[in-house]
Design a binder for this molecule. Structure first.
Ligand SMILES: C[S@@+](CC[C@H](N)C(=O)[O-])C[C@H]1O[C@@H](n2cnc3c(N)ncnc32)[C@H](O)[C@@H]1O
Length: 262
């Protein structure tokens, strides 16, 4: 049996943190830092989702979960809860344990937002809580796995992909933020040299909750190693705190058999 989380009753917006700007039936519009409302299909690589079982890794407040359901998908969302530690950067220069405690309180509010929206949408989606490194096999096979702006937050992005894609029979969808302010030279060199960059800077002690910047090419290489050799990339604009922000999505199609998970 998959370890689906027990439903949580959340009725007040005050108990929630919305990472996404969302229209919630019965509650109206709630503003979050990311507004993807005009770009859902591009963010999801324009992959048809009708009748697909989808593992959505890192759902946050669930905007894409409910959008995918509206497109006919059966969604299993996955995320941290306040029982788990964020993969924080363990700088020697600050008290990362107290930062971890702050993150857990924040996670509780994000999970609450997912549950409030779940009931408002009358959703059938399920959620499993845990770290990306422990995605349980009991979830079973899915046709599609999505990683929307998750990999930058984990110290071992390849292991995270491997754990989800061992369950995924058809398509991997990975969306990332190329963060041009960190990485313009890297992006320019991208056709010659796919790469990833280590973001933590000990002099600034920032960022604390992110590790990597990726070019699309490095994601394609990782997907290729995991048996998703047929890849394509699309770029799209979204709003972060009102600013237009460029993101990219890599869609990988499985070209090799599933690994033997026994
Ligand atoms: C930046 S948000 C992206 C939300 C959503 N996927 C999207 O595309 O808008 C990152 C999500 O990944 C989750 N996450 C971060 N680190 C994680 C980890 N180590 N294990 C599982 N989930 C993680 C966060 O809790 C959050 O929901």
């Amino acid at each position: 049996m998959a370890p689906y989380a027990k439903p949580r009753e959340v009725t007040s917006l005050d108990d929630c943190y919305f990472y996404h700007s969302m229209d919630i039936p019965g509650h109206g519009f709630v503003r979050g830092p990311w507004d993807h409302r005009d770009g859902v299909d591009a963010y999801l690589g324009n992959v048809p989702l009708q009748a697909k079982r989808v593992l959505e890794v890192g759902t946050a407040s669930g905007f894409f979960c409910y959008e995918m359901e509206q497109r006919g998908a059966e969604v299993v969302s996955y995320d941290l809860s306040d029982d788990y530690s964020w993969d924080v950067v363990p700088y020697a220069q600050y008290d990362h344990e107290s930062f971890d405690a702050e993150r857990r309180a924040h996670l509780r509010q994000i999970n609450n937002a997912w549950w409030l929206a779940h009931s408002a949408h009358d959703s059938k989606a399920k959620v499993v809580y845990g770290t990306v490194y422990e995605i349980p096999e009991e979830i079973g096979r899915v046709e599609v796995a999505t990683f929307g702006n998750v990999l930058r937050h984990v110290r071992d992005p390849f292991l995270a992909l491997e754990k989800a894609l061992r369950l995924t029979t058809e398509t991997a969808i990975v969306t990332e933020n190329p963060s041009l302010r960190y990485s313009l030279p890297q992006m320019v060199m991208e056709p010659l040299k796919p790469s990833m960059a280590f973001l933590p800077n000990h002099e600034k002690v920032q960022p604390r909750e992110s590790w990597w910047h990726f070019t699309p090419g490095i994601i394609r290489k990782m997907l290729g190693v995991l048996g998703f050799e047929d890849t394509k990339v699309n770029y799209h604009l979204h709003r972060w705190e009102g600013q237009r922000t460029l993101l990219f999505t890599v869609v990988g199609r499985r070209t090799r058999p599933l690994p033997n998970n026994d």
